[in-house]
Design a protein around this ligand. Sequence first.
Ligand SMILES: Cc1ncc(COP(=O)(O)O)c(C=O)c1O
Length: 475
Amino acid sequence: MTDKFVYRSLLKKTVEQSLDYLETLDTSPVSAPVDYAGLYAHLDHPLTGAGTDSETILNDLVTDSRGAITGSAGGRFFGWVRGGSLPAALAADWLTAAWDQNASIYASGPAVAVMEEIAGKWIKELLNLPVEASIGFVTGSQMAHVTCLAAARHYLLARHGHDVEADGLSGAPQIHILTGCHRHGSIDRAVRLLGLGRNSVVDLPINSQGQLTAKSLEKALKDHAGQPVIVLLQAGDLNIGAFDPFDELIPLARRYGAWVHVDGAFGLWVAASPKYRHLVKGYEQADSWVTDGHKWLNVPYDCGYAIIAHPEAHFAAMAYQASYMVYNKEARDPLDWNPEWSRRARGVPTYAAIRQLGRDGLANLVERTCGYAREIAVRIGALPGAELISEPRINQGLVRYLDPSPGATEADHNRWTDRVIEEIQQTGEAFFGGTTWQGKRCMRISVCNWQTTPEDVDRAVNAVKDALERLQSGR
Ligand SMILES: Cc1ncc(COP(=O)(O)O)c(C=O)c1O
């Protein structure tokens, strides 16, 4: 059971199983409409005293999961915001698991610590962010928000003479977070985790373009003048890919002494494209930025980045020294820049992904996927019974479907839209999800995967056309 020579034969079989999945993505259903109880029963093996041999486990993993693994690694999955894995990133991820380095400190994994440091430098270069900014590699944008907002909390409260790391929040002035209602829910969770409290979030209205306006932000800043304030801006919201006008809003927030945080879980990557980088004009003046590797950069899960323009605040919020650890004066210890201790060497797949793409490859990935998103949305929007709600300005678009019954109401169109989405998912040809935007149920179109091709676009549009025709004719 513990024979170390099993590695070679087992891992070779694992490669074969992985290839069976990856190489059949084009011919497999993209959705996994399984029955939960059946799936649970398949996977619920008795917990034995003696354990199970590794080859049986590998075979069981594959057979028990059959039909229940979605095609999200492939090019026809347009639900939520799901990236795939670039080949070099996937290979690096496998090596990361095999090396099993604890990437907390340089001393316990020198090579992976340096790869993370270099990958961080490349990210800042690609995104045109300040070279002196610090960066933490975390599990995703959720923890990147926690990291950045912890640094903001330190910075703002220190200016009010309060040491939050020593004294916690008791006795501290309340920090307010001014943000648009288009923000992602991970912000609210970060605020909860940091003890700032849900009621510290001030919801500001957004305009018809999904943007926060200078007028409403200035009013809120005036209302909170003299208090610690975080202004939270959006680079690519998940419904319509809206970008706040950074060059207008950030100088305004600065005038009131606010910390500006930018959520760009996927949208930040437009900065790497000459065609789309105007959307983030002025964003480099912010104090912190969040983005993911596991979305548009096509790095395997889990991988997000917290980038902070004030390394001293970042360090104060995260670093820790213990006598049994070994710290390095020259090299970067990852532990100092993220909220984890023992951790996977998640810098390695990012390092590989960026090397594989290069500047041009990344710009091409961004521009290509934006083009596909637009084509899918426009072609679906032109189908009888469909309506284009938001033409993608980047890689996110919205359409909805109109109930053909005479006298159908908005509520009927909402129900019908969900019905059409379900029908499309059942075809296994393409996967789209739903959302409610400005009171309307819509179908989201999100294209993030490096593997999507023009053929996938055709297949997706045809799947929608067929599903609509089937439902409209009552078949
Ligand atoms: C705009 C935005 N912010 C934050 C998040 C949270 O990211 P993660 O799932 O990597 O924690 C998402 C996830 O889709 C998102 O779209």
